[in-house]
Design a protein around this ligand. Structure first.
Ligand code: DAH
Length: 338
């Protein structure tokens, strides 16, 4: 093969090779192999010296031609690689976005906020107290001494012999009274409670309550009725009514169960089991012993108290038939309320 033919073969081989190059490192290796001072083209050119002047002219032309062609191809390839790199790292603002997952407040929290908003509108402060309570606060100071049979209504998880997970928000009554006495007070005590329960459609072992407490001169059961009616009408609708039924709690005297008219407005349905009424809360006038334990003189002041379940409020408002849905963490259920 004559030298010009060899040069042409190097040129064609280099261009073929170049078409397989797709990184800048490969391109640099390619340049070194063909175009550097120790590259294949330079080696061919060094053999020009062995030729006759006649042959040298045509081989020299072929060499110049090959050199120019390879340099052109090198710059074109280098520009291509740069363009690809830029395209790959560029942000395409026309692509559709990825929607973030938006969370929402849990049904219980929404209901708590709504209850809180309504009572704050009536001048109640929010007073939060311990979720882990002493036996003394959870029971004793509420007029439930050890071995009192009524303790059976509130069996719970014991942390130690005299420390429990609170079974109700009522111990907060003592803490609030001890905080505010001798001033009059009007508070709600929202919070988490625990009981040793046989879990069913209306009982969970963990649930929320909102306790209400007002202490001052001249407070009567009628005050409780008025406050509860105002709450009920804002929470469930202006057409709802409230009734009291006589009941028993150790920390109130007299004690009542508070019912509100059902969604069926008294016609009778499956939710109210045909009675037209729904039980939503316990309540009553704070027992003199409990007032005394809170630091008040029952001869001067009186007070009302009530305690209601937050999930029960949510269930009645939204027509939920089983409390277990509320904490089963099934998004199909929870998303209905966000
Ligand atoms: N603590 C009671 C319970 O969990 C509810 C209750 C009843 C609270 C009467 C009160 C009340 O403040 O006066 O079953």
């Amino acid at each position: 093969m004559s030298l010009p033919e060899q040069i042409l073969a190097i040129q064609n081989g280099a261009l073929d090779h170049l078409s397989t190059v797709d990184t800048t490192q490969e391109l640099e290796d390619w340049r070194v192999q063909y175009l550097s001072r120790k590259g294949e083209l330079a080696a061919a050119i060094s053999r020009l010296a062995d030729l006759t002047p006649e042959e040298r002219r045509s081989a020299g032309q072929a060499a110049n031609h090959a050199k120019a062609a390879l340099h052109d191809a090198l710059s074109a390839k280098s520009a291509d690689l740069k363009a690809v790199a830029q395209r790959d790292s560029a942000l395409d603002v026309t692509l559709p976005g990825i929607a973030p997952v938006v969370g929402g407040l849990h049904l219980t929290r929404q209901t708590l906020y709504e209850i809180t908003r309504i009572f704050m509108g009536m001048g109640f402060k929010v007073f939060e107290t311990n979720e882990v309570e002493s036996d003394e606060y959870n029971f004793g100071l509420l007029n439930l001494p050890p071995d009192h049979p009524a303790r059976d209504m509130w069996d719970t998880m014991y942390v130690s012999d005299d420390v429990v997970l609170r079974t109700h928000t009522s111990p907060g009554q003592i803490r609030a009274m001890r905080h505010f006495n001798p001033e009059p007070l009007r508070v709600i005590l929202p919070g988490k409670c625990h009981r040793y329960e046989a879990v069913d459609a209306s009982h969970e072992s963990m649930f929320y309550q909102v306790e209400g407490l007002a202490v001052g001169e001249g407070i009567t059961l009628a005050s409780l009725k008025g406050v509860f009616e105002a709450f009920t009408q804002q929470m469930f609708g202006a057409d709802r009514r409230v009734r009291f039924r006589g009941s028993y709690f150790p920390f109130t005297e007299p004690s009542v169960e508070i019912d509100i008219t059902c969604n069926c407005l008294g016609a009778g349905c499956a939710v109210c089991k045909g009675t037209g009424w729904l039980e939503v809360s316990g309540g009553g006038m704070v027992h003199p012993t409990v007032l005394r334990n809170g630091g008040y003189d029952p001869d001067i002041v009186s007070g009302f108290a009530f305690g209601m379940g937050v999930e029960r409020n949510a269930m009645l408002r939204h027509g939920i038939d089983d409390i277990r849905h509320v904490y089963a963490n099934d998004l199909r259920f929870l998303k209905q309320f966000t």
